[in-house]
Ligand binder design. Structure first.
Ligand SMILES: NC(=O)c1ccc[n+]([C@@H]2O[C@H](COP(=O)([O-])OP(=O)(O)OC[C@H]3O[C@@H](n4cnc5c(N)ncnc54)[C@H](O)[C@@H]3O)[C@@H](O)[C@H]2O)c1
Length: 278
């Protein structure tokens, strides 16, 4: 069912080649969305990215992946123009395409301390702090604004961004990402405020700690994962498919009055309920 109200539903996922982005793209394809994916993969991971794309194509929907830096203004403009051309072709063929679902799921951050007295270890640089905020937070605004002005969003579009408990916690070496998540959540609220009159909703998904390549870039990630499992009332950590299932439900028309929220998808992990016997 790629049609909704007679319109043709497409989904755009930033970070489509791995982790949450890959699982959500696949699930949205199974739910009937044609898929547009943006990712950044070099020699070591390109085969895995192509496997995700091919898996989506096997569900029978249209799929186009763009292997570009989503934080680069020119690359973003190129992708938006390319989607515009694709939609013009679809309209010429009698369809009414729009981006019904969008996910910002980019993971690219520096994990270094702000201050260290250990001469052997590095402190977070200004450039690293600003790049982390640009990729993981501010790019949400730039993409959504460009898609809106290009006429690719529409009444009923559901926009989501991935946040984490780290937005409100201090975790060793996570400062730059923590600040980016706090900014991302603010962007989600602001976009929600400004787009509700257009019938477009914007929400953040706060996933539990999940075993993905991005997690492995956080020093001491094994401890974070084990601690999350210990305190999760669901007796396991979150999987990308848990978030994908939630986003299939949340991309439905019936969620039209939900906007500006931070929605936990973590099996209750954030409640911090600890069973002393575990
Ligand atoms: N893994 C966790 O425990 C966890 C928990 C909560 C929230 N999150 C958030 O979920 C999001 C996705 O994380 P993940 O764990 O799925 O990571 P991941 O490493 O599995 O996937 C990251 C994706 O982002 C893409 N990407 C990174 N930088 C890019 C760039 N500059 N341009 C284009 N594509 C780029 C990669 O190609 C990949 O597709 C992140 O925002 C992360 O902070 C992760």
């Amino acid at each position: 069912m790629t049609q909704q109200d007679g319109r043709e539903r497409w989904a755009l996922v930033l970070g489509a080649s791995s982790g949450f982005g890959a699982a959500v793209s696949t699930a949205w394809a199974r739910a009937g969305f044609h898929i547009l994916g943006v990712h950044l993969d070099l020699r070591g991971t390109i085969a895995a990215a192509e496997a995700v794309r091919d898996g989506i194509a096997a569900t029978g929907v249209e799929v186009t992946f763009y292997n570009v830096n989503a934080a680069d203004d020119e690359k973003r403009a190129g992708v938006v123009a390319s989607i515009g051309e694709l939609f013009a072709e679809r309209r010429a063929a009698g369809h009414e395409p729009y981006i019904g679902a969008f996910l910002h799921s980019l993971a690219f951050g520096a994990t270094l301390p702000y201050i260290t007295t250990d001469e052997a270890s590095k402190e977070l640089s200004r450039r690293q702090l600003e790049m982390t905020a640009d990729v993981m937070a501010h790019s949400m605004l730039y993409w959504v604004r460009d898609l809106f002005h290009a006429g690719l969003l529409g009444r009923g579009s559901r926009l989501y961004a991935m946040t984490s408990e780290g937005a409100t916690l201090a975790v060793p070496t996570y400062g730059a990402v923590s600040a980016a998540k706090a900014a991302l959540e603010a962007h989600v609220r602001q976009l929600a405020l400004e787009l509700m009159s257009q019938g477009i909703t914007v929400n953040a998904i706060r996933a539990g700690v999940t075993d993905t390549p991005a997690l492995h870039r956080i020093p001491n990630w094994e401890h974070l994962l084990a601690e999350a499992e210990r305190r999760n009332p669901g007796n396991r950590t979150t999987r990308p498919e848990d978030v994908a299932d939630a986003l299939v439900a949340l991309a439905r028309p019936e969620t039209h009055w939900m906007t500006g929220n931070i929605i936990g998808v973590d099996g209750g992990e954030v409640m911090g309920q600890r069973d002393p016997s575990r």
